[in-house]
Ligand binder design. Structure first.
Ligand SMILES: Cc1ncc(COP(=O)(O)O)c(C=O)c1O
Length: 438
């Protein structure tokens, strides 16, 4: 066999893998140290493997749905199947399928009895769907600061914001990383608050070995296109709490209890029903969930190991015994350690063949004009005009959340990737860091 030393540098790189070479050769000797942006050799030469998200199981379920004589959810076969698969997966027994994660959250907030002037503490670093229901109930989202490495609210950041008006906490498991739920639940219990888990990005995640969604009083999931499993748009709200579980379907179905004769509206609620076509599709997607979750979890952990000790980059922190399912892999790029802006880092990584995002959401929720102008309902905010809240979103200061907003970058990890791809992603990051590190 030809000794390694007699290979050309290019052959050697091809044989041993770019990642290995980049990390092992001294800077001056490696062609790969030169950024691809500046004419050096690109680390990742193949695009990420394509995800195949649906196929025969979904087709079979849609065919079965077409053979039915109803597409309405109530006591219908596909919805029943979806609810059963969801219950088997999570252990949550009261289940309402609905039209989106936003709808699931609105149903949960309404079921919790949250109304005008009530306060709900949550994160500003989330999709607006987390708080749309709060606002539509005429309640007041109160934004808490975040932990620097989980990007989530914690008991430490929530507790100082609790007032006599506080009714609930919404914990968002951002990127599939379970929040510190035991502490949040203890805090909720201490102050008689309702804990709602926003699991929109956390399908398949586990908290201390149990399915995500089982610590809080209610759990909300999204089946929107970008989530681990999907039916295009959809959601599920669920609970094991006998106070809330039996009410869930009313708040998703125009305030009426279909189990009672007459189908009379008892409460004001909108129509958030999911139809049978979506339910059948989502039920089929459940057959893929465990594999997707396990794969993402393993790949995310691998990336964290590969990036351990790399200066200028920090990885998401997942607590021991929890399972993060990495809806995205959010890192922080530390400006005090790097001689480049986040945009320059992302550009350099892109030239190496690695897609990273230049941030997450453009601004935190309370910084958007709708919040800063308190202009939720045709330019007005009735609860403020009525004196039910003194909230002024222009005065909210959340230093850690702001720092995260400015320094975060997402890698869109997914289950079609393999370990080699993740190792090359890490090599690309290490190479860019090596170039820019102070
Ligand atoms: C954390 C979080 N909460 C709520 C939602 C709302 O879900 P949907 O888009 O299904 O309404 C999303 C959607 O992206 C989300 O990421």
């Amino acid at each position: 066999m030809k000794p390694e030393s007699s290979l050309s540098r290019r052959q050697f790189i091809a044989t041993t893998g770019a990642a290995l070479v980049a990390s092992q050769l001294p800077a001056a000797e490696s062609d790969l140290d030169k950024l691809a942006l500046e004419g050096g050799e690109k680390i990742i030469k193949r695009p990420p493997p394509k995800r195949v998200r649906w196929g025969e199981p979904e087709r079979a379920q849609l065919d079965a749905t077409l053979a039915q004589d109803t597409l309405l959810y109530w006591k219908a076969p596909q919805t029943t199947l979806l609810a059963k698969r969801f219950s088997d997966h999570t252990g949550l027994k009261h289940v309402m399928t609905c039209s989106s994660g936003t709808a699931a959250l609105h149903i949960a907030v309404a079921t919790a009895g949250i109304g005008p002037g009530d306060e709900v503490i949550t994160t500003p670093f989330t999709d607006i769907g987390t708080v749309i229901g709060v606002l539509f109930q005429q309640a007041v989202p109160v934004f808490a600061d975040l932990e620097p490495h989980t990007y989530a609210v914690s008991a430490r950041t929530v507790e100082p914001l609790i007032t006599p008006k506080t009714k609930a906490i919404i914990a968002v498991h951002l990127g599939g990383n379970p929040s510190q739920l035991a502490e949040l639940k203890a805090l909720a219990d201490k102050h008689k608050l309702i804990l709602i888990e926003d699991c929109a990005q956390a399908w398949g995640a586990k908290y201390q070995g149990a399915s995500i969604g089982t610590v809080g009083h209610m759990a909300c999931f999204s089946l929107q296109q970008s989530k681990h499993i999907t039916c295009g748009d959809g959601g599920i709200v669920a609970s094991n709490d006998e106070r809330f579980g039996p009410l869930l379907h009313r708040f998703g179905d125009k305030g009426s209890d279909r189990a009672q004769p007459g189908y009379r509206p008892e409460r004001l609620a909108t129509n958030y029903r999911m139809n049978e076509l979506s339910a059948g599709f989502a039920a089929a997607q459940f057959t893929r969930l465990e594999e997707i979750a396990a794969k993402r979890s393993a790949l995310g952990e691998l990336l964290t190991r590969e990036l351990a000790g790399v200066a200028g980059v920090s990885c998401p922190q997942v607590s021991e015994k929890n399972r993060c399912t990495y809806w995205h892999y959010m890192m922080r790029l530390w400006p005090d350690k790097l001689r480049c802006t986040r945009t320059e880092f992302v550009k350099a990584a892109a030239a190496e063949g690695l897609g990273l995002s230049d941030g997450y959401i453009p601004q935190m929720l309370h910084q958007s004009p709708m919040f800063s102008q308190h202009a939720f309902f045709a330019g007005r905010w009735p609860v403020k005009e009525m004196g039910l809240t003194t909230m002024d979103y222009t005065k909210v200061k959340l230093p850690e959340a702001e720092a995260i907003l400015k320094t975060c970058s997402n890698f869109s990890l997914n289950e079609a990737m393999d370990e080699d791809y993740i190792r090359s992603a890490a090599a690309a990051i290490r190479k860019v860091v090596k170039h820019f590190v102070k």
